[in-house]
Design a binder for this molecule. Sequence first.
Ligand SMILES: [Fe+2]
Ligand SMILES: [Fe+2]
Length: 352
Amino acid sequence: MNLTIIDDNSTNLALLEEISKIAFPSENIKLFSNPIEALEESLNTLPDLILIDFMMPGLDGIEFVKKFRTKQNTKEIPIIMITASMETDVKQRALGVGVTDFLNKPLDVNELKARLSNLAELRKSHLKLKNLNQWLSDEVLKATETILKREEELIFRLSKAAEYRDPETGGHIQRMAHYSRLIAIKLGLDDLKVESIFKAAPMHDIGKMGIPDSILLKPGVLDEFEFSIMKTHAMIGYNILQGSNSSLLQVGAEIAISHHEKWNGTGYPNHLKQNAIPKTGRIVAVADVFDALTSERPYKKAWDIDRAKNHLIELKGIHFDPDCVDAFLSSWDEVLEIKSKFRDDSQDIYSI
Ligand SMILES: [Fe+2]
Ligand SMILES: [Fe+2]
């Protein structure tokens, strides 16, 4: 505990120091006869208690307290003011600027000792409470981080489980998540939204878990009936993910149900048009289709990258949100980087 004593009279200062040594459990007592110097020092070091005379040349006790209390974290530091004046007016003004307690001159040594030790106790319990609060908020923060990490891990594992049924590769999931993030950044979405799209995009086809193998794994082109079953994966995915309190799962549900909608209203399942399609779904649509085109599948060769690029340009404003296509194409160097970095044998989805 640090005590600061301010009195322009050196005899008083010495006396106050002697008494304080007995009554206040101080490791460090600072004495000032000049209140201006005392103010500067006290604002820098924030003592645990201040004992100050009222009548001083240059800066009286009330002015000192007024200036001291303007700084943050000084409100809880107790200040005892010593005053010769019995005028209630001075005391009222002193209380108004934040003086905690008073002592009258001539000093009553026992009274000074009692007040010093009381305020020392007050200060100690305040510091204890402050530490406890800090400790508690640190713990809450840690617990929240743990929950968020677990949530991400569960989502990652859920997407992994879906991969076992889906002929699309792990590399596809990684690339489309990164492409989606790229588009979201270029569109100027806030960091939180960008990250949630990035983490939720891998779940876009989770509903394929509900599609029979005869359709999901069919090597050839699907007939009309088979395709109508295949299309239900959007709604199945939504049903798996919706209704959660987790904002990540909410974004996942939105992406699952909207990633096959088309800008001109000819998509599925709800035939939504333009801005009625959630932005997350419009972003993922570009990322997902581009990666599907440029990847090899059992039933087709990979398109070369310029052909896929032209395809996006041709379907801009028809299948795709034009802003999402522009955002994607304006990040071409990053697209190429992601494409070469996340090949189909790579594992770590969150590695960039
Ligand atoms: Fe899909
Ligand atoms: Fe996909």
